[in-house]
Design a protein around this ligand. Structure first.
Ligand code: SAH
Length: 236
């Protein structure tokens, strides 16, 4: 259903190579998304060429922005219909990927689709701020990536507790990244993080993407993450 040449060239523009088998997996993922979207609300993007650019290539910017070590423990925080997590798993099947979302229905679709594509996915139906207090998940991840989930100060409170020291948050943002970064200065410091860099990309449709990289430098104080209501009411 997708134009594989289009995807191949948009991936190449990010410095990434996709095999025929991977292109085939992406094609099946697009089909699954469009099919399931007819019966539940997964995405507003349903035109194949837009799926390629705005879901697939956009997701792959994470791999272009940070080195991903072999078998790294990665968390996609608020994966929704599986972005950026599923494309990253197709690109790098060695990753130990956890796909977290608080919406069970979307996560069921994601688990089923990962299975159908032969990807070893761990799905976690939980709120990020609850997972962040659970010893099974706190300080366990090498990388947390997240797209379209929360403003940066809130996202940092969700994500930093889940990272191991030296691990990184990749916050997938757009044109207002500088503003968000300024607003998140205190949050980043209080949570034990530091800005490690900013990577900018222009997608094939001309839209800008800015990935903010935050490294965890020291342990997050035990009082974070706070409850969801507190986080929403009084962002750091
Ligand atoms: N990352 C996907 C989905 C974005 S929509 C994409 O870019 O396409 C935001 C998703 O984050 C929703 O599926 C919502 O259920 C989830 N979400 C929001 N706050 C959350 C939280 N605190 N914990 C877990 N999931 C959350």
């Amino acid at each position: 259903m997708i134009d594989k040449t289009q995807l191949q060239s948009e991936a190449a523009a990010l410095g990434l190579q996709l095999s025929d088998a991977q292109l085939d997996q992406f094609d099946r993922l697009a089909q699954a998304l469009v099919d399931r979207n007819r019966v539940m609300n997964l995405t507003a993007i349903t035109e194949p060429s837009e799926i390629v650019t705005r879901h697939f290539a956009d997701s792959l910017t994470v791999a272009a922005a940070v080195p991903l070590q072999e078998a790294a423990a990665v968390l996609d925080l608020g994966t929704g219909a599986g972005f950026p997590g599923l494309p990253l798993m197709i690109l790098r099947p060695d990753l130990q990927m956890t796909l977290l979302d608080s919406t069970a229905k979307k996560l069921a679709y994601v688990a089923e689709t990962a299975d159908a594509l032969g990807l070893r996915a761990q799905t976690l139906h939980q709120r990020a701020e609850i997972a962040g207090r659970d010893p099974a998940f706190r300080a366990q991840f090498d990388l947390v990536c997240s797209r379209a989930v929360a403003p940066l100060p809130v996202l940092c409170e969700y994500a930093l507790p889940l990272l191991r020291i030296g691990g990184r948050l990749v916050a997938m943002k757009s044109v207002r990244a500088a503003e968000e970064l300024a607003q998140a200065k205190d949050a980043i410091r209080l949570l034990g993080g530091a800005v490690a860099g900013v990577s900018s990309f222009t997608l094939a449709d001309g839209s800008s993407r800015v990935l903010i990289l935050i490294e965890k430098k020291s342990q997050t104080p035990a009082k974070y993450p706070r409850s969801g209501t507190q986080i929403a009411k009084k962002p750091l």
